[in-house]
Write a protein that binds this ligand. Structure first.
Ligand code: SF4
Length: 479
């Protein structure tokens, strides 16, 4: 299969949003899908007390794991190695791809089958492997659909959520020569039939990881289609790729996190498959890979980890609930963000992965309504983190001491001076009264255009007299 064309990332967010808002079909597809997901989540958490207790527990588990992250990663490596799983560390996506390529070249691999993995999207693994003559086929149905249509995922859980059945039917007709049908079951069966043989042909299976358990050296992977289990057990080599933040201390921690994840993501009490991978195939066992590798990727996560506020970003268990409830994401769709992670979670994680200067508009693509923070199963304070990133965006660039790569890319000396003056006026009563006096008397001189602020609205004009003056006059007249 030919690889999808590389989508030019980091284009202007605003122009893509403008195009998406003009696409009525896209908006209908998102609205319908998000309404359904929100209903299912609400039904799955019908007991509000239980939901809130579970969210608190989830937050504590993740926060505790992050507070011991270096130790837990060492413990994880040690236990995985003892179990026979080979652990690799990658600071950048280039290093992670090199590790995968080295394994593939050593095994003389020509075909790779991939279960769903957002970290492999960060690595742009499909293209990198294709550049080295290795075909990498997506086996998750949503990922398979978008790979067939040369697209990128538009949602972290449901990559093809922007398409309806008619669009998928036309795609299968055009790319696979299948008869047109809008019957979703038939479409799924078609995909399954084609993919099934690919599992047996593949030299390597690649998967993501939902949780990596330090105390037992276990990789936990949840899925509904069985493709994850096939990808991790049928090929002779399994490579799992994940971010360093996915580690949890104990196996018992996985139970509440799984409950939060599946209910928040799809409103499911539990997924169809829960895979726990602890070692390669042993002598006498009938299935399983001969080699299992884990690639632990940093890619900017250490930067988030270093700041006690921004670290909370790493609590994320990738359920997608914040996206489903975001009024901006549901209207502009995932491709508008131009990066691997869209929506509220994307707006807080992407600046760490690529640098804030590459995605300066992402933290502002939010109404700060707070819905994301309210539904987040691990209580990530997303609105506060968005505000913090906005602040980092406009603060004076300080390469020597900046917390974030690309900090200060929206800094304007003029704007900063205006706000400093504003603060000075509002914190000194005498100055404020003088300002008020002149602003009301000289209101005719107020500029009618104030940059982007007045693109879609009129410039604010001071009243002819201040409220204080009007009140004073009213009192005098009524005496
Ligand atoms: S930030 Fe919270 S709601 Fe959003 S994907 Fe992560 S865990 Fe889910």
């Amino acid at each position: 299969m030919s690889q999808p064309a590389r989508i030019p990332l980091r284009d202007e967010f605003n122009s893509r949003a403008h195009d998406a808002l003009g696409d009525a079909q896209l908006r209908r597809n998102f609205r319908g899908a998000m309404d359904s997901l929100m209903e299912k989540r609400a039904a799955a958490f019908s007991d509000a007390d239980e939901r809130e207790r579970l969210r608190t527990l989830g937050n504590h588990i993740r926060a505790r794991a992050l507070s011991r992250l270096p130790d837990l990663l060492e413990q994880l490596e040690s236990n995985l190695t003892a179990n026979g799983i080979q652990v690799h560390w990658a600071e950048t996506t280039e290093q992670a791809n090199r590790i995968v390529l080295d394994i593939a070249e050593r095994r003389q691999a020509r075909q790779v089958i991939k279960g769903k993995s957002m970290v492999s999207e960060e690595m742009d693994m499909n293209h990198v492997l294709a550049d080295h003559g290795i075909e990498c086929l997506e086996s998750d149905m949503g990922e398979y659909i978008i790979q067939l249509d040369h697209e990128k995922p538009s949602h972290i859980i449901m990559p093809a959520i922007h398409k309806n059945a008619d669009q998928v039917a036309r795609l299968f007709e055009r790319e696979l020569g299948e008869p047109y049908t809008r019957d979703v079951n038939q479409l799924i069966q078609t995909g399954r039939r084609i993919l099934r043989q690919k599992f047996f042909d593949a030299d390597i299976g690649v998967s993501g990881v939902n949780f990596a358990v330090a105390e037992t050296g276990t990789l936990v992977l949840v899925e509904n289609e069985g493709n994850g289990r096939m990808s991790t057990t049928v090929p002779k080599v399994h490579i799992a790729v994940t971010g360093i933040e996915k580690v949890v201390a104990h196996l018992r921690d996985v139970v509440p996190l799984l409950s939060l994840l599946t209910r928040s993501a799809l409103g499911q009490p539990i997924t169809t498959y829960i895979n726990m991978i602890s070692r390669p195939r042993q002598a006498g066992e009938r299935d399983g890979p001969e080699e299992v590798h884990l690639v632990l990727l940093d890619n900017g996560r250490s930067q988030a980890f270093a700041d006690s506020e921004l670290r909370q970003t790493l609590n994320c268990i990738r359920c997608g609930a914040c996206m489903n409830h975001c009024p901006v994401y549901t209207r502009v769709g995932g491709h508008t963000y131009g990066e691997v992670y869209p929506g509220p979670i994307g707006a807080i994680i992407t600046p760490h992965l690529v640098g804030l200067d590459k995605v300066p508009d992402h933290p502002s693509a939010s109404s700060l309504c707070g819905a994301c923070g309210e539904v987040c199963p691990v209580r990530i304070p997303i609105p506060s983190l968005l505000r913090r990133l906005r602040e980092e965006n406009v603060s004076r660039p300080d390469p020597g001491h900046a917390v974030m790569r690309g900090q200060g890319s929206k800094y304007s000396a003029l704007e900063s001076t205006v706000w400093t003056l504003w603060r000075t006026l509002y914190t000194r009563p005498l100055l404020y009264r003088l300002f008020r006096f002149f602003a009301t008397r000289l209101r005719a001189l107020t500029p009618s255009r104030l940059g982007p602020w007045t693109e879609h609205r009129g410039a604010p004009k001071p009243a002819a007299r201040s409220l204080h003056e009007l009140a004073r006059k009213h009192l005098e007249q009524s005496r």
